[in-house]
Ligand binder design. Structure first.
Ligand code: FES
Length: 316
């Protein structure tokens, strides 16, 4: 896995349309036959010429490093990145893309794996399903969509894994629908759950999997999970060298730390990519990100969106 700070200039080798207002983009290097390796669940940061950086899961085959494949859904009411890709990006264009990173890895386990995807959340889940299928591991992929005609990558998925491993839950076919609570009420011994999808889907799965044991639930969100309307409070940060940084209510911890002269990388500034992640040593953070796994929340912090009560000592 390459460093996230390596940025490669990749060429758009192909664009095709998928159901659900999705464009699939193939990216290649104009000289190098092979790109840095990646694992299922990995994503890249794509630097758009409109000054935006967006994270997209790699949904192609990790055994074919001649290209990266991403799938981009047009987000109406989004912040403009997906609209630019849909309306402006054409084959032959050059895009700066970081080497892959993985905040959503498949864990080593011999137990059964339950994969849940909602709509465009199929992108990392597809890569996982392909890997599990190849490895002959026991898994079920439950794909939730409004209809077949709005389910991106479904055709490719059906050609890649067995129909025995795939369950479709389509809103327009009553007989295929299944209640999430019912689905997640059985937890086979040693099972791991992975899920990805839009915010409503994420919230529903989080609720339905509340009783799953710690360390068995894994997810990747496109937006922060916490929609907290509480007005942010000011707080203080103490750095390792003893410097005290105040974070006003209208600024992020990231911007306050940077203003204090600490160089901290960031990308999405939305709590979903993990680029700005750092450690904390003391204090009570208020986690508002969608990237840290629960077992990291006792010592890691995402300063672009998370805050704290009182004083937070960072490992910076
Ligand atoms: S910059 Fe992406 S999580 Fe902070």
């Amino acid at each position: 896995m390459g460093s996230p700070r390596i940025i490669m200039k990749l060429i758009v080798a192909g664009v095709h349309v998928e159901p659900g207002d999705v464009r699939v983009i193939e990216l290649k290097h104009h000289r190098r036959p092979l790109l840095p390796a990646f694992e299922p669940g990995s994503h890249v940061d794509v630097h758009l010429p409109i000054g935006k950086v967006r994270q997209y899961s790699l949904c192609g085959d990790p055994e074919d490093l001649s290209r990266y494949t991403i799938a981009v859904k047009r987000e109406n009411g989004g912040r403009g990145g997906s609209a630019w890709i849909h309306d402006q990006l054409t084959p032959g264009a050059e895009l700066p893309v970081t080497a892959p990173r993985n905040h959503f890895p498949l864990k080593e386990s011999d137990g059964p794996v339950l994969l849940l995807a909602g709509g465009i959340g199929i992108t990392p889940i597809f890569a996982m399903a392909r890997a599990l299928w190849r490895q002959g591991k026991p898994f079920e992929l439950h794909y939730f969509a409004r209809s077949r005609s709005l389910a991106p990558l479904l055709g490719a998925l059906e050609k890649t894994i067995s129909s025995e491993n795939l369950r479709l839950h389509l809103d327009d076919q009553v007989e295929t629908r299944q209640d999430l609570e019912e689905l997640l009420s059985t937890r086979p011994s040693g099972a791991q759950l992975y899920y990805c999808g839009p915010p409503g889907f994420m919230a529903a799965v989080a609720l339905a999997s509340e009783d799953w044991p710690d360390g068995t639930v894994n997810f990747e969100a496109f937006q922060p999970l916490v929609q907290d309307d509480t007005p942010p409070e000011p707080f203080m940060i103490v750095l390792r060298n003893g410097a005290v940084v105040s974070v006003p209510a209208d600024k992020s911890a990231l911007s306050a730390i940077r203003a204090a002269g600490v160089l901290l990388m960031a990308s999405c500034e939305n709590g979903v990519c993990g680029t700005c992640e750092c450690g904390y040593l003391e204090g009570q953070p208020i986690h508002r990100d969608a990237v840290l796994p629960s077992n990291a929340r006792s010592h890691r912090f995402i300063p672009c969106v998370s805050r704290a009560t009182g004083v937070l000592k960072l490992d910076l």
